[in-house]
Design a protein around this ligand. Structure first.
Ligand code: KDG
Ligand code: MG
Length: 402
């Protein structure tokens, strides 16, 4: 029997920070898992290095489920982003190894394709409505069929999702950026620019919008109602989801589809949302929700309640997560859509072999495992660069949800 011989935690910053776990077996097979938790990277790196690596040495790499249970139940302190990201990294690395040992891509181990490709949505944004419309046009030109639209609210520095430069980079050094937010200004403005996108591009594209946890349930209900005629694919994170029951109120008032879950980490965090059919899309991801093993459990529960998948896929999730996400997405019967922002050229120098993007669809690699190689030499050129996500403050100076 092969055993786990080596566990390495690799931290690099090719355009932004990534933490990667690499497990090597006594047969010399390596597996990769993403362990990136944006703005809190080193907490997961330490969890892996100090607490999980010593437990993994000598274990059978083939026992993925048992290892998952061992790390989850063995912690005693359950759930939470740091723990679930660390467990996810181990889980994904072990699936990568299993695929390489079997000589099969991971999606074949999960049951094989249920569809030809994975529909993705990209991010269009603008500092004003005209530049948002130009950006949507550019993404249409590139072949995307589903587009998230975000524009800066006039007079506010804190509009979520507006890209600066080539890549949206929500992080600053030293201290978090302090941004200004007004719910009233947003609610007055956002429906009008979404309407402009529909006017210009019609209903032939899927149109998405991320509220980014900024509204109370009743405000979210009002927003959802005001954009019903625009037939959004979804409104994302209309209200913070720690309080799952809050979504009942939104649901009672609007038929605009609801997506949530990118900051949630376990099946228990989405249990009420799913079983009461309070959402339409669950956005938990491989990296922050316990890996392939746990995410499939969430998605299977969701399938029973007509909830489809819509996994988070921002740039702060590494190409290892993209590959693992696509392996799951291509298999599960209740797939909905996959977020895909892509990465910088430097990131692709470190992580080689990402899934193929064509006409707004991602296709998994047919290499054994996940098909991603980690280039140590390239990674060494990009040392860790501490960064924080921004915070948002209301006009009176009090903190709001960013
Ligand atoms: O690190 C935080 C980002 O991943 C998040 O703000 C991105 O909301 C996001 C999205 O939908 O991509
Ligand atoms: Mg989001």
């Amino acid at each position: 029997m092969a055993t786990i011989d080596r566990v390495e935690v690799l931290v690099t910053s090719p355009g932004r920070n990534f933490v990667t776990l690499r497990i090597t077996t006594s047969d010399g097979v390596t597996g990769l898992g993403d362990a990136t938790l944006n703005g809190r990277e080193l907490a997961v790196a330490a969890y892996l290095e100090e607490h999980l690596a010593p437990l993994l040495i000598g274990r059978d790499p083939a026992r993925i489920e048992d290892t998952w249970q061992y790390l989850y139940k063995g912690a005693y302190w359950r759930r939470g982003p740091v723990t679930m990201t660390a467990i996810a990294a181990v889980d994904v690395a072990l699936w990568d190894i299993k695929g390489k040992v079997a000589g099969l891509p991971v999606y074949q181990l999960l049951g094989g394709r249920s569809r030809d490709g994975v529909l993705v949505y990209c991010h269009a944004s603008g500092s004003d409505v005209e530049s948002l419309l130009d950006d949507v046009a550019a993404y249409r030109e590139m072949g995307f069929q589903a587009i998230r639209a975000q524009a800066a609210v006039p007079g506010l520095s804190g509009s979520y999702g507006v890209r600066k430069g080539a890549f949206y980079e929500p992080a600053a050094t030293d201290r978090p950026d302090e941004q200004v937010w007004s719910t009233e200004a947003y609610l007055d403005f956002a429906p009008s620019y979404l309407a402009r996108v529909r006017e210009k591009f019609g209903f032939g594209i899927h149109l998405l919008h991320d509220v980014h946890h900024r509204l109370t349930p009743i405000e979210a209900a009002r927003f959802g109602k005001s954009v019903e005629e625009l037939r959004l694919f979804w409104m994302e994170d209309p209200t913070p989801a720690e309080n799952q029951e809050a979504f009942r109120l939104i649901r009672q008032h609007t038929t605009t589809p609801i997506a949530t879950g990118e900051v949630l980490n376990s099946i228990w965090d989405v249990q009420t949302l799913i079983t009461e059919q309070l959402i339409d899309y669950v956005r938990t991801t491989v990296v922050h929700a316990g890996g392939i093993t746990h995410l499939r459990r969430i998605f299977d529960l969701a399938a029973l309640y007509h909830v489809r998948t819509g996994s988070h896929g921002a740039t702060d999730l590494s190409p290892v997560t993209t590959a693992a996400a696509v392996a799951v997405d291509i298999c599960v019967p209740n797939f909905g859509i996959q977020e895909h922002m892509g990465h910088t050229r430097e990131t692709y120098e470190v992580f080689r072999g990402t899934p193929r993007l064509e006409n707004g669809m991602l296709y998994p690699s047919d290499e054994p495992g996940l098909g991603i190689e980690y280039d140590d030499e390239a990674a060494g050129r990009f040392p860790y660069d501490p960064k924080y996500l921004p915070v948002a403050r209301r006009l009176d100076g009090s903190l709001h949800d960013w």
